[in-house]
Design a protein around this ligand. Structure first.
Ligand code: SF4
Ligand code: SF4
Ligand code: SF4
Ligand code: FES
Length: 894
């Protein structure tokens, strides 16, 4: 782009054509006051505070909306400008209520700050405050629009960043204010309570509702969100060592670009609850009672070592956590493998994606891991399958909505339900559950028939296409239509949209936890390969991660079958490398995953389980079965931050620090490695998990002692090639692609990627005793099983019931009305919930939100893995529905 030269305040400046005067000034260290500008929003020139003067022409202009021109001579602080700016502020203040002293924004109000900088104090203008009522019925946001200066940042945040459209300008002129449709309260509007508008509002017009404290934080510190795999950058405000508010970071290059979702913004109040664990506990005479750290660690060390001596290392198992840091998962699995000699290691995200990750790793030989979300806004077409990111990972939802609505990128959504993304899509494929594999193969077959592939590319970089294409030729579209419930026309339409384009696939738990998940993923990898959609920007497979450090936990080898760096345990060369470094002999045999751990505990073969940061009784299927299995153990050690269903059964409880109370690193779903520092101290005697593990190493007389987090990081950097950039300068970095294959290198170097043969899944046979298919999924207010969000006062105060969604047709057939309570039963258990009727839901389907009522939905699912492809099949199950009469409603959860 052409460079332009100009002068600002006597300083010669060069910048690309099209740059605004404001940005040119800011990039050169010249500050101009602003109120309606934000780097992530389109400039609108609403407040006029950023006015500057062109000395040559005498023109006064808003610098945020005026591009530089050659040889401009700009003054940002001339007497004329200062006079105008003061007048603008005086007018705004005259329109403002006189309640600054009690305003919750206090010294952070930008209007007040700028007024002070400009020396504007008492206003001699006739005051014209615009009083409006305070809106504070919801537990998240307070609106006091009498303090609104009409900068429009909230509306632009709502439209441009989170693409919800809950608010817009209402009325005109003096009376104009941001409002919902028909001025409804926020909780009755489409607002998702992401709070993005609040964090951008420059005055006290929008503020966070705080249930425990008032006033401004004493300290603000940057960290990373403790909830989902997006890993949003946050700024946490604290008073007296307690987190009192959370806002998005406004740095330009973060993954969340100044947005958050309701969980990140408002649910971190769970960190302050009285159910936090504050001292070690040991079970004595059947009761958990406080103990010193030395006593607790002695019981743990002696117990583990003596059980190993008596029953061998396979009688021990270790469940790490997708919520604990990279460093903590690394030393956790090291304790299992090196000190206690077992590969029985897993982490809490087993059910989420392990089988699918293994398949992708195997097929792409570990390549194509880095997937910046910004690529979605550059994509040619996006295909979302089995995912509702607007609920599960809302910031990914924002990317997708922006891609569609703002960038005009076509979006295909395949989902049995009409999810929040459907209204943004070019095509909705309302597919029957379990039939994604058949649908993907059918679309590939249509493209193959149209010869929509590059034979030269396929010859040069792939193998197995002949067998694959034979399979495609025999795909029977009529049969697929019957299995998927999609008309052939719809599948043809999908092929029309895809033809000639490289695809960005967004894959969620609908595939990753589905019974035929790996088959569907194999079919999808074939389609991605045929359409050249792997190995580049704005294309490939974006796997959604539910937990914040899901990726990091796998990368650190908190898994039964691979070592740190996702390196295979049964590769002799790799194992030897680790044996030399850790000075130990490693078993090549994969250990037990969490399901097998439970099964072995049921058979009394597993004697001890060490759980760090997980609550399997709430997060896994069949909670009663899990409790019984845990009760069979000789030693259950639970290290956690909260008192949970699982700590209640433990023999020893070790109180850990939450992410905001320790340093560490999370790796997000893009492959972004984000290190952070503590914001506050842990409560009571709680300690960071890595410190607890390190103390335990000492108690077990292991020779290696880590005296700091940096020492653990140094070992990871040294031994795990993907993480050589870990924690450098405390900055974020990216994992390194360490694959041997160089995907589609122009020289044709590297290994060929192979097509798998087409595998056809059969018709699902319906069970006449359990005629409905229940889909289990997230609502944005709870993360996963809801252990942490269930403790949030704000989320609780919002009072969601987690109603079961049922189609209006089925509702009428079962004589149900809105709000009735039903019993939902599967062969494995039952639960009861209120119902809500959905017109657009396919008859025969019901949707049960997870995370509510102690995550009771998991009672319906069978723990044991289902299906030939080793996918856990926890996403759906067959159920029956019965209406409960009033006298039968004894327990509808709480
Ligand atoms: S509510 Fe706040 S952000 Fe919205 S227009 Fe008013 S002052 Fe600006
Ligand atoms: S909280 Fe979020 S969704 Fe609601 S109005 Fe503000 S920006 Fe829009
Ligand atoms: S999208 Fe995920 S990481 Fe971001 S604020 Fe929400 S829960 Fe936190
Ligand atoms: S910042 Fe430029 S007009 Fe408001």
């Amino acid at each position: 782009m052409e460079e332009i030269s100009l002068t600002i305040n006597g300083k010669n400046i060069n910048c690309p054509q099209g740059t605004s005067i404001l940005n040119a000034a800011l990039e050169n260290g010249i500050k101009i006051p602003t109120l309606c500008h934000h780097p992530h929003l389109e400039p609108v020139g609403a407040c006029r505070l950023c006015i500057v003067e062109d000395e040559k022409s005498g023109r006064i202009m808003a610098s945020c909306v005026t591009p530089v021109s050659p040889n401009m001579v700009i003054q940002t602080e001339s007497p004329t400008i200062k006079k105008h700016r003061i007048n603008i502020i005086r007018l705004m203040m005259a329109n403002h209520p006189e309640s600054c002293i009690v305003c919750s924004q206090g010294n952070r109000c930008e209007l007040r700050q700028i007024a002070a900088e400009l020396g504007v104090g008492q206003i001699d203008l006739y005051p014209m405050p615009h009083y409006t009522g305070l809106e504070e019925a919801n537990p998240f946001i307070i609106r006091d629009l009498s303090k609104c200066i009409l900068c429009g940042k909230c509306i632009r945040a709502d439209h441009e960043l989170v693409v919800v459209g809950a608010i817009d300008y209402n009325l005109r002129g003096f009376k104009s204010r941001p409002a919902t449709v028909h001025e409804m309260p926020l909780e009755k509007s489409s607002c998702t309570f992401c709070g993005t508008c609040v964090s951008l509002c420059p005055t006290g017009a929008l503020s966070l509702k705080n249930t425990r404290y008032v006033g401004s934080p004493q300290k603000e510190s940057s960290t990373i969100c403790g909830f989902c795999g997006v890993g949003c950058s946050l700024v946490m405000g604290s008073v007296d060592g307690q987190i009192i508010e959370v806002n998005p970071s406004h740095k330009e290059d973060t993954v969340n670009r100044s947005t958050l979702c309701v969980r990140g913004h408002f649910a971190h109040d769970f960190l302050n609850v009285s159910e936090r664990l504050t001292s070690p506990l040991i079970r004595r005479d059947g009761e958990l009672s406080p103990a010193t750290w030395d006593e607790a660690l002695e019981v743990v060390a002696k117990g583990l070592i003596s059980i190993k001596k008596k029953n061998g290392p396979q009688s021990l198992a270790f469940l790490g956590s997708s919520k604990c840091t990279v460093e903590e998962n690394y030393i956790f699995q090291k304790m299992a493998r090196v000190i206690l000699g077992t590969n029985n290691v897993d982490n809490g995200s087993y059910g989420s994606e392990k089988a699918v990750i293994n398949l992708i790793n195997e097929k792409l030989i570990g390549g194509d891991r880095i997937k910046p979300l910004s690529g979605l806004e550059e994509a040619e077409i996006i295909f979302v399958i089995g995912a509702d990111p607007t609920q599960s990972v809302p910031v990914v939802g924002y990317y997708l909505k922006r891609a569609s609505r703002i960038k005009g990128i076509p979006l295909i959504v395949a989902d049995p339900r009409k999810t929040g993304l459907v209204s943004f899509s070019s095509l909705w494929l309302p597919i029957a559950p379990h039939s994604d594999c058949a649908m993907i193969n059918a679309i590939a077959a249509i493209l193959y028939k149209r010869k929509s592939y590059d034979a030269g590319f396929i010859r040069k970089f792939t193998e197995g296409f002949d067998l694959y294409s034979d399979g495609l030729s025999s795909v029977d579209l009529k049969k697929v239509s019957r299995v998927t419930g999609l008309s052939i026309e719809l599948m043809e339409k999908a092929a029309d949209l895809i033809e000639g384009k490289k695809i960005a696939f967004v894959i969620g738990h609908g595939i990753m936890q589905q019974r035929y998940g790996t088959l569907a993923m194999d079919a999808l990898l074939n389609l991605a390969l045929m359409t050249e959609s792997l190995g580049g920007d704005g294309r490939g497979i974006y796997l959604l991660a539910r937990e914040n450090n899901q990726m990091g936990a796998w990368d650190m080898g908190a898994a039964p079958d691979f070592l740190p760096g996702r390196q295979s345990l049964n590769n002799d060369i790799i194992r030897k490398h680790w044996e030399q470094n850790w000075e130990v002999k490693l078993s090549p045999d994969p250990g037990l995953n969490i399901i097998r751990m439970i099964e072995e505990a049921e058979k009394h073969n597993l004697k001890a389980l060490y759980i760090m940061g997980e609550n399997p009784i709430r997060s896994l299927p069949q909670p009663k079965r899990i409790s019984n299995a845990l009760n069979n153990l000789e030693l259950l050690i639970v290290q956690d931050i909260l008192d949970t269903e699982t700590t209640q059964l433990a023999d020893v409880v070790l109180p850990g620090a939450a992410f905001s109370e320790k340093g560490g690193t999370f790796t997000n779903l893009e492959g972004r490695i984000q290190s952070f520092e503590p914001v506050v101290s842990p409560p009571g005697e709680a300690k960071p998990d890595w410190e607890i593990l390190d103390m335990l190493f000492d108690t077990m007389h292991y020779f290696k002692k880590y005296s700091s987090l940096q020492e653990i990081r140094a070992e990871i950097i040294n031994l795990v090639p993907m993480y050589t950039e870990l924690g450098r300068n405390g900055e974020e970095s990216w994992i390194k692609e360490c694959s041997n294959i160089r995907l589609f290198h122009p020289d044709g170097e590297g290994e060929l990627i192979h097509f798998s043969p087409v595998i056809k899944t059969g018709d699902e046979r319906s069970d006449k005793d359990y005629p409905f298919t229940a889909i289990l999924g997230s609502l944005r207010y709870h993360l996963g099983g809801g252990t942490r969000t269930g403790y949030s006062d704000r989320i609780k105060a919002f009072g969601l019931k987690g109603e079961v969604e049922i189609s209006s047709d089925d509702g009428a057939r079962l004589n149900l009305k809105e709000g009735d309570t039903v019993r939902i039963s599967s062969p494995h258990g039952s639960t009861s919930r209120e119902v809500t009727m959905k017109k657009e839901l396919r008859p025969g389907l019901v949707f049960i939100p997870i995370g509510f009522h102690n995550n009771d939905a998991m009672q319906l699912i069978n723990l044991t893995q289902l299906g030939e492809a080793d996918s856990p099949g926890w996403k759906e199950c067959s159920v029956k529905i019965e209406r409960l009469e009033e006298y039968q409603i004894t327990d509808t959860g709480f």
